[in-house]
Design a protein around this ligand. Structure first.
Ligand code: NI
Length: 170
């Protein structure tokens, strides 16, 4: 089932998410719905708080469904180490129509629980590393706009306020 995605400045995007001790049937349904929602959007990643559920679950597919094996479901993801630097344009399904250049680590090592409940680690670089950092930020109530330069951030916020007034952004 495709779920509605919350849009900035919805305050629910600011609430930190809590870790899962175990994975319930309800969580499995949520994960399936998150996958349907991400591919429908379409997007390269989605975090549970973006659909209003404050659990530490993220999903990623930087091929946007082109390679079925590339879908990753991470429960309680934790960035263990981060190295290097990359700057590139970033957007977010919760801030539709806007993007900006963000500097992030080039490589990350992340630990997480799979949907089968196994604890594992994963090394990512480039776009995948960027996507993981972006989605983990969501679990802490952080949006990419928060990481823009103050000038660019104020500009985007002003534009969105204006678009909301004009009914062009919801
Ligand atoms: Ni996002």
């Amino acid at each position: 089932m495709v779920l509605p995605i919350l849009h900035y400045p919805d305050e629910r995007l600011r609430k930190p998410s809590v870790p899962l001790a175990s994975i319930s049937d309800e969580d499995r349904v949520l994960i399936d719905n998150m996958i349907a929602t991400m591919y429908d959007a379409p997007g390269v990643g989605l975090a549970a708080p973006q659909v209003g559920v404050h659990k530490r679950i993220i999903i990623l597919d930087i091929t946007v469904g082109k390679e079925p094996d590339s879908l990753l479901v991470m429960i309680n993801p934790e960035i263990l180490s981060a190295e290097g630097e990359q700057t590139d344009e970033e957007g977010c399904l919760s801030v539709p129509g806007y993007n900006g250049n963000i500097t992030r680590a080039q490589t990350v090592e992340v630990s997480y629980m799979t949907r089968e409940g196994e604890q594992t680690t994963f090394n990512a670089e480039g776009l995948m590393a960027r996507a993981i950092q972006h989605e983990v930020d969501h679990l802490d109530g952080i949006l990419f706009v928060d990481r823009l330069s103050p000038l660019k951030r104020d500009m985007i916020k002003r534009k969105i306020k204006k678009a909301i007034r004009q009914g062009a952004y919801r």
